[in-house]
Design a protein around this ligand. Structure first.
Ligand code: YK8
Length: 176
């Protein structure tokens, strides 16, 4: 896997969780910026093992002549039951349904939001491209290369938007 984001924000862990993993104004705006449309979220629900699960469906804009313009995607998120106020652990699996070779791979993201102090947290995101079946070597490197660049771009922008949100939150004037 690769570590795409590893940064301390002046945002509490709980607030960070709300921004990224609820139907927040922040995530709606971010999706808008990324041209992610038709988003729908199921509510978090406890599964048999005690973890929380939810599913997101959306359409991503790709604009790569080799790949296409759009793809529908499904993201399955699991928040582990070990998560509590100070430390949230969320795994997500992203399936892009309409790209070439979509039945060969998916993307796995591990998010860790860990409280640093009352108003700070560290956000880490690990990503892995997973193969359901082994494609021919050249195809595999094509998939991997295209995936990394798309993922890198996404998390670079997420970091930038979070830095702006951090400013907004901390300009609030003494509010926690
Ligand atoms: C989530 C990983 C691969 C995929 C894409 C596939 C190209 C296929 C290349 C071949 C388009 C929001 C990505 C980047 C789409 C976007 C996905 C996002 C950013 C074989 C021709 C969507 C996080 C996420 C994870 C995986 C990303 C896809 O929250 O290159």
């Amino acid at each position: 896997g690769r570590l795409y984001l590893n940064k301390v924000f002046h945002i509490s862990a709980t607030k960070m969780f709300e921004l990224l993993f609820t139907d927040s104004i922040f995530i709606r705006r971010f999706m808008n910026v990324r041209k992610i449309t038709n988003a729908s979220f199921t509510p978090w629900q406890k599964d048999a093992s005690g973890n929380m699960k939810r599913t997101l469906n959306y359409t991503i804009t790709i604009s790569n002549p080799l790949i296409g313009k759009f793809s529908t995607a499904t993201e399955h998120q699991t928040m582990y039951k070990e998560s509590r106020d100070g430390h949230y652990l969320v795994d997500s699996e992203v399936y892009t349904h309409d790209v070439p070779y979509h039945d060969y791979f998916y993307t796995q993201n591990h998010y860790s939001i860990k409280s640093n102090s009352k108003r700070k947290c560290r956000l880490r995101v690990y990503t892995d491209v997973k193969y359901k079946k082994q494609p021919w070597g050249l195809i595999k490197s094509f998939i991997t290369k295209n995936s990394w660049s798309g993922i890198e771009d996404y998390f670079r922008q997420l970091e930038a938007e979070l830095l702006e949100e951090e400013v907004d939150i901390n300009q609030g004037g003494g509010e926690s």
